[in-house]
Write a protein that binds this ligand. Structure first.
Ligand code: NAD
Ligand code: IPM
Ligand code: MN
Length: 369
């Protein structure tokens, strides 16, 4: 049975608190008698804590480990301690940006869904049955274009080329055909009415999906009005929302309104189409897994952060990098069982600690393995 190496990057703020719970879940899977794979962690400082320790937000050695390891599990980076000094590629956040870049994890999968035990501020009859993936292009666009930063002028070049759009369009259609979403539909969000980079986006998404994936319904939606529709008619997005790096960043945080807290949303960035169902010797697909939320400086160190986003990110790793579908599903079921039992962290209206929730999830997982 394979032993997968995982670069473990706790990061800053609540990052180490939530990744500890996700790593404990993977340790429990490794130890289970039915384990089909085991996991070995390679821990490194990352983000603000790496600036403190090494003077840079990510060392060259950590970037090399990112390329070498089978997958990456990250908490979050950044915080007020480092704000204002260095930002962008120089700041803590630059660690995430550079590691995504060197591992070329271009497809950022950010699923969301409504669940009755959650705390959605939207009316039940509106959000019931809502389940979609926000697929964010992760290695191009305004985040990575050449930058100019002068005291009285600044710019970020927002550009896309054909090959970058084709590969993310293929990923969107592949996910739309998977059981992860209830409808074989791709909703592509852009600003083709204004931005040239959105016009090439729309043209090539249209070409690629209609030619290569005739069974997938494709809809284009302007990104600004998409935000209103995501709140007023959420279930029309059932399927896969595909968007460029900037719009995808914003739309994926908006998707947290469906469950009602950022604390439960997982994310996984893949460098290739997902792994097929597990077979011995399968070559894993490189992936960088991290919750959608940030380092939450307002609650860091209190032991009350919601670990579900990080734990579900580990489930995405098993499904999409390693093809371990049953194990991924078992983790998701264990999370649901735990919520059904009434345990919740503060962001969901409860009073459980991060550790209490994590260990209850592992207890439920034990019953399912
Ligand atoms: P944030 O996601 O850290 O926090 C937004 C709100 O959500 C806060 O009130 C916070 O307490 C709450 N929240 C977030 N995660 C939670 C959890 N697991 N449990 C309970 N509540 C949770 O966003 P922000 O405040 O805009 O950013 C804070 C810092 O994090 C910034 O430095 C930002 O750059 C960084 N950031 C990092 C990442 C990353 O590394 N992947 C992602 C987003 C933001
Ligand atoms: C995210 C975050 C990051 C991003 C930052 C921290 C670099 O907001 O993962 O959504 O913008 O990609
Ligand atoms: Mn973000």
């Amino acid at each position: 049975k394979p032993e997968y190496s995982i670069l473990l990057l706790g990061g800053d703020g609540i990052g180490p608190e939530v990744t500890a719970e996700a790593a404990a879940v993977l340790d429990q899977l490794s130890a289970s008698p039915n384990a089909r794979a085991t996991f070995k962690f390679v821990p490194r400082a990352f983000g603000g804590c790496s600036i403190d320790e090494h003077g840079v937000s990510v060392t060259e050695e950590t970037l090399e480990q990112g390329k070498k390891c089978d997958a990456i599990l990250m908490g979050a980076v950044g915080g007020p301690k480092w704000d204002g000094k260095r930002r962008g590629f120089e700041g803590p956040e630059g660690a995430t940006l550079r590691l995504r870049e060197v591992t070329d994890v271009y497809a950022n999968i950010r699923p969301t869904e409504y669940f009755p035990q959650g705390k959605s501020p939207l009316r039940e009859e509106l959000v019931r049955g809502t389940k979609y993936i926000v697929l964010r292009e992760n290695c191009g666009g305004a985040f990575y274009g050449p930058k100019v930063e002068e005291p009285d002028y600044a710019s970020d070049l927002w550009s896309y080329k054909r090959s970058e759009i084709e590969r993310i369009a293929r990923m969107a259609a592949t996910l739309a055909l998977s059981p992860a979403v209830p409808v074989k539909k791709v909703i592509s969000c852009d600003k083709a009415n204004v931005l040239a980079s959105s016009r090439i986006w729309r043209r090539i998404v249209e070409e690629t999906i209609t030619k290569e994936f005739p069974d997938v319904e494709l809809v284009h939606q302007l990104a600004d009005s998409a935000t209103t529709l995501m709140m007023t008619k959420p279930s029309m997005f059932n399927g896969v929302i595909v968007a460029d790096n900037t719009f995808g960043d914003i739309l994926s945080d908006l998707a947290a309104v469906i469950p009602g807290t950022l604390g439960v949303l997982p994310s996984g960035c893949l460098a290739d189409l997902p792994a097929p169902a597990w077979t011995p010797g399968l070559k894993p697909v490189k992936g960088f897994f991290e919750p959608v939320h940030g380092s939450a400086p307002d609650i860091a160190g209190q032991g009350i952060a919601n670990p579900i986003g990080a734990i579900l990110s580990a489930a995405l790793m098993l499904r999409y990098s390693f093809g371990l579908f049953e194990e991924a599903k078992a983790i998701e079921d264990a999370v649901n069982l735990t919520l059904e039992s009434g345990l919740r962290t503060k962001d969901m209206g409860g009073s459980s600690s991060t550790k209490e929730l994590g260990s209850a999830i592992r207890e439920n997982l034990k019953k399912l393995l």
